[in-house]
Design a binder for this molecule. Structure first.
Ligand code: ADP
Ligand code: ASP
Ligand code: MG
Length: 816
């Protein structure tokens, strides 16, 4: 004997039922088979909605019932041959009429009891099983329909009845033993109490019906046919990378289903586990897929994962009982749980603080009000004495559970779980770990469920990719180059680093585009062009609301508003990669605040390209400092623009023209006066000093500017104009150096807490002398690099290298 159960989607319409008939047709070639069916997908909801509306005096219940009628009629028209249709058609009409009558009764009465709810809900399975049995019969299949209510006896706990196994097993055996049919078709979900009144097992309960038959008859197999190809590592609707679990133990399947894996109704496992009956989860729409087998015989080679699956339950409320009076006094928890159990409130998770100061219990939201009343009543004496606080209740929570028998053989699983969640800014409200170590569960905000499932799935299952979500502000020269580099490099990153970078948002001064499935980098310019008007605040709000995992915000603007948002992002564990220097070079307290937030919320704040474009300058300081070195002195040429200008200027072309050329080639800041006046270099040496551990502000840096004061007043146009007028001044600077065989370099230095910038004459023996084009050079004198400095040298400006520096920061922010 084998038992096959087909769920709501599998029998949703005639087309699907034909697939069911084909599968069952194959099954009976092997052995006698029992087919248990659900209601046509969605019908139970419709029935219960109609009943609720009717009881509330809302006449729209009739429309709901009409939909039910149409669905069943359409189904039989498409499924049953004309020759055979009249009997089933009459049956459907009569049953629908019964449902109408019942709902009219509820409408008149204005009430819906648990008992009438079960009666109404039972019609879904009653109709579907009759129709499907009829479809088998028209094929002259040796089949028979039987009402499960005549075989399964329960108590009278309507909506969630408990089976009387002794009586049920006897009835089931008595019936099937006397039958020679090849195939039996029965409704799932429904049973009857000792008075013959209809009861149900609760939503999703058809799986349980099938398990009851399988266990009673010692069936060889129980097959649960549904719309997915097996039990998966996570709910596929939440984690698109979820994978089929080929084999799983009864215990693990039970844990996963108890913690929300809807693919199997939680009580289903118990009866079949006791009889060691294998359970298969199979896909009606892909019957050739192997599916999942649930049993005691796990082939350890297949099951190499530490974690078997992740699941979640929504609609959780957390109630907390706390107060000074609880310390050391026995009986508090007993009284708490007693008052919950008296109210028949199911406790899903419990945590107790080690000081015994508080006990938190997770329960379903629908019973939270009852729980609060019951517990407050039970502790009213202590609450009045103020030794216990009134029960605290929090809503909109969910439970997330990691399940796997292998977890007990590995240390550090919970550490990995919680650090992964922490890195993504997921706040954990309560934690429980079963002593069997098969399950670690945590209470989190419902908003975070999808993100949590995905980051945990990545952490524990994905040998494929870790996904990064990048939001980019600024797509000028550098931003465009960055997008090109990401596009070209993504395949390599996937292969070498198991990293998949998705650009999820782009904003420039005109437009903004957000797509949480990832923006197509082949044609982002066109997509951005067609996108909505830029609104930076909305852009950030949307980025935050999406609550995506591994999010990195990249700022390639020079905009103070953009820089002012970093703290809000870091506080939500969103990493910030800034090409924009404003934040790192603002006052020290702001710089320090961002660094501290980055540490506190485990999000990176990186700005390598603030100094020396793509050169690894800041990362080198960090490496030196982290490994215990100390930086005593820095000498550097840090302005690509100024180096370009002084390398190209010899009086043949005007100074202003050379500056203009540097601007045209994209080396200068948007406002070139920041470069020429030395402000940009001051910011850079300040950032290097700060990264070396110095608390330093802009005002403390000496700037020996070579620019005539007059050039720095007015607009950028005035600036070019005035430089022309002062050409002689620049020529003189050049000649003085040139006559003594020296070069002009705008040098930044830092030593013993002091930083200076200014133009210097550099002779050919100096490390700074051989510096060409727009190159930068930095010399570090440290404990370890005492006599000869550590030198970093190369292009210090340019879109391509700057973009590559930003790219490197993005990769660093993933904490590989
Ligand atoms: P049926 O109507 O066939 O009983 P259900 O809707 O009750 O089907 O259960 C199947 C659904 O369970 C799947 O479509 C899937 O969305 C959901 N599901 C949740 N968690 C899991 C999981 N871990 N593995 C597979 N499916 C899951
Ligand atoms: N039809 C019932 C429900 O939708 C039972 C089931 O499908 O398992 O909950
Ligand atoms: Mg189900």
């Amino acid at each position: 004997m084998q038992v096959l159960k087909f769920g709501g989607t599998s029998v949703a319409n005639a087309q699907n039922i034909k697939k069911v008939i084909a599968i069952a047709g194959e099954a009976i070639k092997k052995d006698q088979s029992i087919v248990v069916v659900s209601a046509l997908g969605g019908v139970t909801d419709l029935l219960l909605d109609a009943a609720m509306l009717a009881a509330n005096g809302n006449t729209s219940f009739r429309e709901k019932l009409k939909i039910i009628e149409t669905r069943h009629k359409l189904c039989i028209e498409e499924l049953i041959h004309e020759k055979h249709i009249s009997t089933i058609s009459e049956f459907v009409d009569k049953t629908i009429q019964d449902i109408f009558n019942l709902c009219e009764g509820l409408f008149m009465l204005g009430e819906l009891t648990p008992r009438s709810k079960d009666k109404i809900a039972s019609f879904g399975e009653y109709l579907s099983s009759k129709i499907i049995a009829h479809a088998f019969l028209q094929q002259e299949c040796n089949a028979i329909w039987k009402d499960s209510r005549e075989l399964i006896s329960t108590n009278s706990n309507f909506n969630n009845a408990a089976v009387d196994f002794e009586k049920t097993n006897q009835q089931v055996n008595d019936f099937f033993k006397t039958q020679q049919h090849k195939l039996f078709i029965l409704p799932g979900f429904i049973a009857s109490d000792s008075n013959g009144i209809t009861t149900t097992f609760g939503r999703g309960g058809s799986d349980y019906t099938a398990a009851i038959f399988a266990a009673a008859l010692h069936a060889d197999d129980l097959e649960i046919w549904t719309d997915v190809s097996g039990m998966m590592t996570a709910d596929p609707r939440l984690a698109s990378n979820a994978k089929i679990i080929p084999e799983i133990s009864y215990q693990e399947a039970m844990e996963l289903s108890h913690f929300g894996a809807k693919v199997i109704y939680p009580p289903t496992i118990q009866p079949v586990m006791n009889k060691n009956i294998r359970v298969w989860i199979k896909n009606t729409f892909a019957p050739e897929d192997i599916g999942t087998v649930i049993s005691n015989e796990i082939n350890s080679k297949q099951n190499v994962n530490i974690v078997t699956g992740i699941s979640s339950i929504n609609n959780i409320s957390l109630i907390t009982l706390e107060g000074s009076g609880m310390i050391g006094i026995p009986g508090f928890s007993r009284r708490l749980f007693e008052s919950l159990s008296n109210e028949k409130i199911n406790v899903i998770l419990i945590t107790q603080s080690s000081s015994e100061h508080s006990i938190s219990v997770a329960i379903d939201k629908s019973v939270s009000e009852r729980a609060v009343n019951a517990v407050n009543h039970s502790f009213s004496y202590e609450i009045n004495l103020q030794i216990v606080d009134p029960l605290k209740v929090e809503h909109d929570l969910s439970i997330i559970a990691l399940v796997g028998e292998n977890m007990r053989n590995h240390t550090g699983v919970s550490g990995r779980m919680f650090s992964t969640m922490g890195r993504n800014g997921i706040n954990v409200r309560a934690i429980a770990q079963g002593s069997s170590e098969k399950n670690i569960s945590a209470v989190i905000s419902t908003n975070d469920v999808k993100k949590t499932i995905n980051v945990l799935h990545e952490e524990f299952f994905e040998t494929t990719f870790k996904q990064l979500n990048v939001f980019l502000a600024g797509v000028g020269n550098v931003g465009s180059k960055l997008l090109e580099q990401i596009k070209n490099q993504n395949a390599v990153l996937q292969e070498k680093l198991r990293l998949n970078i998705r650009v999820t948002g782009i904003i420039n001064s005109r437009k903004m585009l957000i797509d949480d499935a990832g923006i197509n980098l082949q044609d982002w310019p066109a997509l951005l062009n067609d996108a909505k008007e830029a609104d930076f605040k909305n852009f950030i709000n949307e980025a935050i609301a999406l609550n995506l995992r591994n999010t990195i915000f990249v700022d390639i603007t020079a905009n103070p508003t953009v820089a002012s948002i970093y703290d809000q992002l870091l506080e939500r564990s969103i990493s910030v990669v800034a090409c924009n220097k404003i934040a790192a070079s603002s006052n020290y307290s702001q710089y320090k605040k961002l660094k501290d937030l980055s540490r506190e919320f485990n999000a990176s704040f990186l700005f390598e390209t603030n100094v020396g474009a793509g050169l690894p300058i800041i990362s080198t300081i960090n490496d030196l400092m982290h490994s215990g070195d100390a930086i005593h002195k820095i000498e550097a040429v840090l302005s690509g623009t100024l180096n370009f200008v002084f390398n190209h200027y010899d009086g043949t072309k005007k100074f202003a023209e050379v500056v203009q050329q540097a601007q045209n080639e994209g080396y200068t800041e948007p406002d070139p006066r920041l470069d020429l006046g030395g402000t940009d270099v001051m910011r850079k040496i300040m950032i290097l000093a700060r990264e070396s551990g110095e608390n330093i502000e802009m005002e403390e840096i000496e700037n020996h500017s070579f620019m005539p004061a007059e050039c720095m007043q007015g607009s950028v146009e005035d600036f070019y104009q005035k430089m022309e007028e002062h050409e002689l001044h620049f020529k003189k600077l050049f000649d003085e150096a040139n006559l003594s065989g020296k070069k002009l370099k705008f040098v930044a230095s830092y030593q013993s807490g002091k930083a200076t910038v200014g133009l210097q004459h550099i002779d050919s023996k100096n490390d700074l002398f051989h510096l060409y084009g727009k190159d930068n050079v930095v010399l570090f004198y440290t404990d370890r690099y005492k006599d000869q400095p550590l030198v970093i040298k190369g292009a210090g400006a340019g879109a391509e290298v700057t973009a590559s520096g930003v790219f490197a920061d993005i990769l660093r922010a993933t904490k590989l």
